[in-house]
Write a protein that binds this ligand. Structure first.
Ligand code: PMP
Length: 427
């Protein structure tokens, strides 16, 4: 049993000693004490089904024994920097990670987070192209460093500090975007930005195949192939931010970009690749990677043995337990059941996503698509009270995000949908 401080005591001290820029999600914040696969346990031993763990770190399941074992074994053996010494952990994971990527994408730079991975990717594209102008998509989230905050395109994630060189293009959002699902029309905006807003040459584009923080919005079909062509013609590189959509989460493919038939020049990953161990990575081609040899570039703990041992264990678990296939089968079932809920609840404006990266957008009116933000918070609160944790997202904060650990089952999906159904029925 848990003997530690209570949730109210922790909240009081958190308010005193931690910054308040992001409060806990719930009215009565949960004090999480333990995690096991798709479950979380609070201070009273109450169990919650975690349908949101995927955003943080969890791909295989909380405290997956194979990953814990890899971390513990490596921690006992050696934890150090791998910048100036050889060590097998970093090389083994780099090789395994590269083997999951197409074409010449096989040089891996390790970082400690998604932000750092994208900062590095943007710098590489700028160095390689000799251009500063870069394109990102409105409503995207890429991190909160100097360059990545600039690439991120939602005002509540931006501070008023110098951010230069990024041009934000129309969001190819099939639900709310001006051109609906017509990817080619949105792609024209990229050409316009290059023609009218730059010298005609750009460093590249950074894009998520499915916007996560932005409310689980998959870019319109046809958009990425067209845009990759336009950007490459203007001398730029194409960066796929796979921090949320990578590592088997979308089910049908290992990477989000694969569903769009493109091969990026640079891929960035983080979050789920360590199942909780802080790690990120930039993967690119040997030719592009060479730009960093002009100077010394390193990260003390990027690629440290403990995080990379965790990463390798995660890849093995995904393969051994067929988690990508599970994400496809269970995720498709979950999405179908959520879609059926639309017939019953007017408040659901859209159900979307792939595999275990799903979103349910709530609206007050299906025609006007007025965001139902307060209702969304109420539903989330009620679902928590019934033992299910989901996330919120989207520019208007009206999208329920469902990103469970990839070990989620059909029964878990039924429980999520039944609980959501009940919460909506009580509105
Ligand atoms: N890219 C995407 C798509 C993300 O969702 C996030 C985090 N929400 C990041 C980058 C930044 O990752 P981190 O928080 O690890 O810096």
């Amino acid at each position: 049993p848990y003997n530690g401080p209570s949730a109210s005591d922790l909240l009081k001290r958190r308010r005193e000693y931690l910054p308040t820029c992001l409060g806990p999600f719930y009215h009565n914040p949960l004090n999480l004490v333990e995690g096991k696969m798709q479950y979380l346990f609070d201070e009273n031993g109450r169990r919650y089904l975690d349908a949101f763990g995927g955003i943080a770190t969890v791909s295989c399941g909380h405290c997956h024994p194979d990953v814990v074992e890899a971390i513990v074994n490596q921690t006992r053996l050696l934890q150090h920097t791998t910048v100036v010494y050889l060590n097998r952990a970093v090389i083994d994971f780099a090789e395994a990670l590269a083997s999951k990527l197409p074409g010449e994408l096989k040089v891996v730079f390790f970082t400690n987070s998604g932000t750092e991975a994208n900062e590095l990717a943007l710098m590489i594209a700028r160095l390689y192209s000799g251009c500063h102008d870069m394109i990102s998509i409105r409503n995207g989230y890429h991190g909160n460093g100097a360059a990545t905050m600039n690439a991120t395109a939602q005002n509540f994630h931006k501070f008023n500090v110098v951010q230069t060189g990024i041009h934000h293009v129309l969001n190819p959002d099939p639900y709310r975007g001006v051109f609906g699902s017509d990817g080619l029309m949105y792609a024209k905006d990229v050409q316009d930005i290059i023609d009218y807003g730059t010298s005609g040459r750009v460093a590249g584009i950074i894009a998520e195949a499915i916007q996560g923080v932005g409310g689980v919005i998959e870019v319109a079909p046809g958009y990425l192939p067209a845009v990759y062509g336009i950007v490459r013609k203007a001398g730029g590189l194409c960066i796929a931010d796979e921090v949320q959509s990578g590592f088997g989460r979308t089910g049908s493919y290992f990477w989000g970009f694969e569903a769009h038939g493109v091969v990026p020049d640079i891929v960035t990953v983080a979050k789920g690749i360590g199942n909780g161990a802080p790690i990120g990575a930039v993967v690119t081609t040997p030719q592009i990677a060479k730009v960093l040899t002009q100077r010394t570039y390193f990260s003390t703990f990027g690629g440290n043995p403990v995080s990379t041992a965790a990463g390798l264990a995660v890849l093995r678990v995904i393969e051994k337990e067929k988690l990508q296939e599970n994400a496809f089968m269970v995720g498709s079932y979950l999405k179908d059941r959520l879609s059926l809920l639309m017939e019953k609840h007017e408040i659901i404006g859209d159900v979307r996503g792939r595999g275990m990266l799903l979103g349910v957008e709530l609206v007050k009116d299906r025609e006007l698509k007025t965001p139902a933000k307060a209702e969304m918070l109420e539903i989330m609160e009620q679902m928590k009270d019934m033992g299910v944790l989901v996330g919120k997202g989207g520019f208007c904060g009206n999208v329920i995000r469902i990103t469970p650990p990839l070990c989620f089952t059909k029964e878990d999906s039924d429980f999520v949908v039944d609980v959501m159904d009940y919460a909506m029925s009580k509105m």
